[in-house]
Design a protein around this ligand. Structure first.
Ligand code: ADP
Ligand code: MG
Length: 311
């Protein structure tokens, strides 16, 4: 049976501007094409930090200039980023496949990720988004809209939104169906649009779900065989950046947990990736997760390269 992969694409695979992004996705497309040719079925989850920041900022600035412009909720900004990044990836992948004589189709699923309204993260928003404001202006917006602002390292006041845990993926059935059909699917972009359930209905909420966590959850609920996190480094290291740095090859969940406890992985960069990998591996016996770079992805999947986390 051919293997089903969920691949989380790191921010560096997308660049910082629309032009950079168009170039960057072409490189990503080439590496993904090699895996598709080998018969792997693939779902791609991408980040959206700079992109959603840019969209949110554009609406905030427009609103400052002209109060007739309606303000744009953060969840909608996430939806827009899924659409436009999905378009770029879809276009680059499709062109690469055509160029290489492949008949594979590509589709993007606007994805809602279910979160728990009682997640403690909602009481402690942590993720800074949007413009910097003076204390006065921040207070005004806080009153008017109920946003939370915090002082950000002497640079002014900035809105923070919660970062809740992903509980389920609303469009998992569609995503699985498309993947089984042989499409390369782009889903859960930017960690997905956060929604919570109330009286059986889904409501969006301004929050940010960690992309690697959402990807691990997706890989679990669509029963993928392997979860791959692609980032800027070919392997995870202990003593990272120190003279005694050591790249890790194959490690067990128990070893990974010990390294976490010893503080080897930076919070906000490598730590959430290792944690997401562990979550996936623990979700069912026999599952493996790989952390590596885009350039090394093909080798990692076929030759045990990269850092592999197993049970
Ligand atoms: P992404 O955009 O893919 O989410 P991040 O920059 O958030 O990437 O996280 C990956 C980075 O984490 C690596 O490029 C590396 O600089 C850093 N890093 C921190 N700790 C480690 C570690 N122990 N091993 C490898 N890389 C680490
Ligand atoms: Mg990151």
């Amino acid at each position: 049976m051919k293997k089903q992969l969920v691949i989380a694409l790191g921010g560096n695979a997308l660049g910082n501007t629309p032009d950079e992004q168009k170039q960057a996705v072409l490189a990503a497309a080439n590496h993904i094409a090699s895996l598709v040719k080998d018969g792997y079925k693939i779902v791609i989850v991408h980040g959206n930090g700079p992109q959603v920041g840019m969209i949110n900022l554009a609406f905030e600035l427009a609103y400052q200039q002209n109060s007739n412009v309606s303000s744009m909720p953060f969840a909608e900004c996430c939806g827009m980023s899924q659409g436009y990044i999905g378009f770029h990836l879809q276009n680059a992948l499709q062109n690469t496949f055509l160029e290489q004589g492949m008949t594979t189709h590509v589709s993007t699923a606007i994805t809602q990720v279910i979160v728990d309204q009682n997640d403690p993260a909602f009481r402690h928003p942590t993720k800074p988004v949007g413009l910097f404001y003076s204390e006065e202006a921040a207070k005004e917006i806080e009153q008017a809209k109920g946003y939370t602002f915090v002082e950000d390292s002497g640079r002014g006041f900035r809105r923070v939104v919660p970062s809740p845990e992903p509980v389920d993926i609303k469009e998992k059935g569609t995503i699985r169906c498309l993947m089984e059909n042989g499409d390369v699917v782009i889903a859960c972009g930017g960690g997905g649009i956060p929604v919570y359930r109330e009286n059986g209905m889904l409501h969006s909420v301004d929050a940010v779900i960690d992309k690697d966590k959402a990807a691990a959850k997706l890989a679990d609920v669509i029963s993928a065989d392997t979860f791959i996190i692609l980032t800027a480094v070919p392997r995870v290291a202990i003593n990272f950046g120190k003279p005694e740095q050591k790249w890790l090859e194959r490690i067990t969940v128990a070893e990974a947990k010990r390294y976490i406890a010893e503080g080897h992985f930076a919070p906000g960069s490598m730590l959430p990736k290792v944690e997401a990998a562990i979550k996936f591996v623990e979700s069912r016996p026999g599952r493996e997760a790989i952390i590596t770079s885009l350039e090394n992805a093909y080798k990692a999947v076929n030759e045990d390269n990269g850092t592999i986390i197993c049970s």
